[in-house]
Design a protein around this ligand. Structure first.
Ligand code: ATP
Length: 217
């Protein structure tokens, strides 16, 4: 079973740690703040108070045996960079780090982070898309050019099947799934009919998604 170390127990780090634990994974949660460690102690496998920039302390915790480290130290950029570098030096195969901005992200990647995330920025983008369009339920940017969206169906789509709707031709998006209440059709066929209240999960270029948003403002 994969073992995860989460370093920095702010809201983001704590949420990752307790979710992984509830999914059945082995989770070591580390923070230099005793209170934060105590708060999470019954929602992870082990919770330890330590300054993660202290190489000796990190070695004692046996971090090199972990498969994944998530560095979720936010405001102390210097600490986040040092800890990310230490994790890679210890040989942890996958190190994911949270960045405050582009320059921080660049440095994290330079010191070896395998992946960098921007939770506040990404959530801001998702919420903004949801705000400007009544039909965009959720939005996930996959790259600078493509995104995944959840779209509530437009009245003119109701009772038509995917072939009739010609989503790819008309709107330049590919429908990957249709959500109907709590059930989800993950491999929709061209003759599957859209019902009122359904949500379509689709992938498309950001340009085409922008056009969809503009249509339903
Ligand atoms: P969030 O937005 O996720 O709540 P944040 O961006 O405000 O978090 P911080 O509060 O700056 O992030 O950092 C997250 C946690 O990282 C804090 O609980 C802090 O104690 C911890 N932390 C900071 N430096 C270290 C360190 N050197 N070793 C261990 N933990 C650290």
């Amino acid at each position: 079973m994969r073992q995860f170390a989460i370093i920095g127990l702010g809201r983001f780090g704590s949420s990752i740690a307790s979710t992984l634990y509830s999914l059945g994974y082995d989770v070591l949660a580390i923070d230099k703040n005793e209170e934060r460690v105590e708060d999470i102690s019954d929602r992870v496998t082990h919770a330890v108070q330590a300054d993660a920039t202290d190489e000796a302390a990190i070695r004692t915790l046996g971090l090199r045996n972990f498969d994944v480290a998530v560095v979720t130290i936010g405001n102390d950029i210097q600490a986040s960079i040092m800890v990310t570098m230490l994790c890679k030096e210890l040989g942890i195969p996958k190190v994911l780090a949270k960045a405050q901005g582009d320059l921080h992200a660049k440095v994290l990647l330079k010191v070896g982070a395998d992946r960098v995330v921007f939770p506040e920025r990404d959530m801001g983008v998702r919420v903004a898309h949801n705000l400007v369009s009544s039909s965009i339920v959720d939005f996930i940017e996959l790259s600078d050019d493509y995104s995944l969206v959840e779209l509530s169906v437009w009245p003119e789509w109701v009772d038509k099947n995917l072939q009739e709707l010609e989503m790819r031709v008309k709107y330049g998006i590919n429908v990957l799934a249709i959500r109907h209440g709590s059930s989800i059709n993950v491999s929709p066929r061209s003759d599957d009919v859209i019902r009122e209240g359904d949500v379509l999960v689709a992938i498309g270029s950001n340009q085409n998604i922008k056009r969809l948003e503009a249509h339903n403002q």
